[in-house]
Design a protein around this ligand. Structure first.
Ligand code: SAH
Length: 244
């Protein structure tokens, strides 16, 4: 299965080229670009050096959701220690997870824009968050350098001769299946008149974060979808109150 690098809202085409080069050195070949500002571009090709074949095969998307739809594990990268309830891991541990989950499904490692990084909305679509540890406050690497560090650790974990992790017994649900779960939850919440008490309409974002953090496998997904379908199928017998 594939290990994909996803670059979101990249401003400088040179960074796309340099990321492709970093990937190819480390045996990665699948590059997805979400809303690149300038691509294709001569600067990207120049900085890719001999990795322009990756640029030719790179796919472009309008949304992160579309770029990761078929992926099980989705890892977000962040320069900042955000106060967010994600498992925050370092590149080596991330590479071990990537090596394991790429045995049973597609995996994505997602990088944000040079200026702003990934938005909270985009991070909410990730299962894990990885930060490259740095010295003190100066924590932001050039994006292609960050791709290089992550790709290097992944290569060490997957190159021929590396110990092979046991694959998961049940593969993770894909991002697309997760998106269908959220649609289903929304329908059921509406059906049971559940009120959003988060103040500001954050309920679905919180639910998304909760389940993405939990890293649902396909069996767990089936259980949840079954429960939701059962709620929708339930009709209260006439004359009975909700509590009886
Ligand atoms: N000002 C932005 C920095 C963006 S750097 C911020 O604070 O998030 C561009 C991208 O490079 C980031 O979105 C991330 O994908 C990657 N990156 C840079 N430094 C990193 C680090 N220390 N750990 C993990 N990823 C990093």
């Amino acid at each position: 299965m594939s290990i994909r690098i996803v670059l979101v809202d990249t401003n400088h085409p040179g960074n796309i080229g340099a990321s492709a080069r970093a990937m190819k050195n480390m045996g990665l070949s699948e590059l997805h670009l979400v809303r690149p500002k300038c691509f294709p571009h001569a600067e990207a090709t120049a900085r890719a050096s001999g990795a322009d074949d990756l640029l030719e095969r790179a796919k472009t998307f309008e949304t992160l959701e579309a770029a990761i739809a078929d992926c099980g594990l989705v890892v977000g990268t962040s320069a900042r220690q955000r106060h967010l309830p994600w498992d925050l891991i370092e590149p080596r541990e991330c590479a071990a997870r990537v090596a394991q989950d790429s045995r049973s499904g597609h995996v994505a490692v997602v990088f944000g824009s040079e200026r702003y990084g990934l938005t909270n909305e985009e991070l909410a679509r990730c299962n894990l968050l990885v930060t490259i540890p740095t010295q003190g406050e100066y924590s932001s690497l050039n994006i292609a350098m960050a791709v290089q560090v992550l790709a290097y650790e992944i290569w060490l974990a997957v190159r021929p001769g590396a110990p092979e992790p046991a694959p998961r017994e049940v593969p993770l649900a894909s991002a697309e299946e997760m998106a269908r779960l959220y649609e289903h939850i929304e329908q059921v919440l509406e059906y049971i008149d559940f009120r959003d008490r988060t103040g500001g309409g954050h309920l679905m974002a919180r639910i998304r974060r909760l389940f993405n953090r939990a890293q649902l496998d396909q069996n767990e997904m089936n259980i949840l979808r079954g429960i939701l379908t059962a709620v929708q199928a339930r009709r209260r017998p006439a004359g009975k109150s909700a509590t009886s």
